[in-house]
Design a protein around this ligand. Sequence first.
Ligand code: SF4
Ligand code: SF4
Ligand code: SF4
Length: 353
Amino acid sequence: APTESQQSTSQTQDEPVVHILWINAGLSCDGDSVALTAATQPSIEEIVLGALPGLPKVAVHWPLIDFECGPMQGADVFIEWFYKADRGELDPFVLVVEGSIPNESIKQEGYWCGFGNNPDTGQPMTTSEWLDRLAPKATAILAAGTCATYGGIHAMAGNPTGAMGVADYLGWDWKSKAGLPIVNVPGCPIQPDNLSETILYLLYQVAGQAPMIPLDEALRPTWLFGQTVHEGCDRAGYYEQGQFATEYGSPKCLVKIGCWGPVVKCNVPKRGWINGVGGCPNVGGICIACTMPGFPDKFMPFMDEPPGARISATASGAYGVLIRSLREFTLRTLDKEPKWRKKGRELLTGYKA
Ligand code: SF4
Ligand code: SF4
Ligand code: SF4
């Protein structure tokens, strides 16, 4: 019987298949791969099984759960897809990169990270060499998670690897052979549906069914990263009334215990985390700005009140006292029924003869 890879190969001859080649071998924890397993809008299963109208046939080569990575097949079967792409035999493909790209040129010996072996030498192929080889052949490149987009935790000050994001490595004005910029979907980890929805968009675009993906100056999809955490937060009403938590467990605004939400672009409080549920501040966690290019250095130490918040929180604390007392007064009157709802012969409202 034909193997799964042979079946997929014959698919490429019969009808176009868009391949997704996933490299999770930057400096990474696989958290974004794990996150994708929780996506529901759409789920990765819906994408792979073609459950959505107009999608091209898709073959995902994803190390986290790929059957071809397993002992039954042997890793050679899995990595062969990447060799094919390198030889120019796989077209079109979307390259997904997870993890930051270390600077291999600054070390004395060995390598920082790699993915499979170089077929010519039998030696590990570094992640940056894969990028050098595959980037010119990819129809689109998607950087998944804050490590791949901007460097993330591994690129903190003092790290020895010189780690950086894909755009730092390839260039911020890099364009694919199809004219697409690098698409950044940050988050540590990425919000599952933000990733699956962006993959879906790119697949529609590769199939010629969607216009150019709209991106902001940090190459994030604008419809996902156009608003701040604060603008979608369940606790924003408390902020506006100057009511702040001083310890965890309170339902009030978390800014004084370290929330950066007012200046962070992220849709998680609106979208929830899994299946619409959760979303950092909504469920009690301060926003540590994990989607931002300056993360984590510019937001540390975590759990301290952000410096800029002192002025705005002090202002909202002051006028909040007045606003709250006026609202409490109004609320007391609105919390009672109108006086004409009573028994008796007197009609206090409605038609009078
Ligand atoms: Fe892990 Fe966060 Fe990096 Fe993703 S962005 S690989 S979750 S450390
Ligand atoms: Fe804004 Fe954070 Fe307060 Fe929510 S918890 S209202 S995001 S400062
Ligand atoms: Fe990251 Fe803040 Fe968004 Fe939570 S709300 S995912 S901490 S940017």
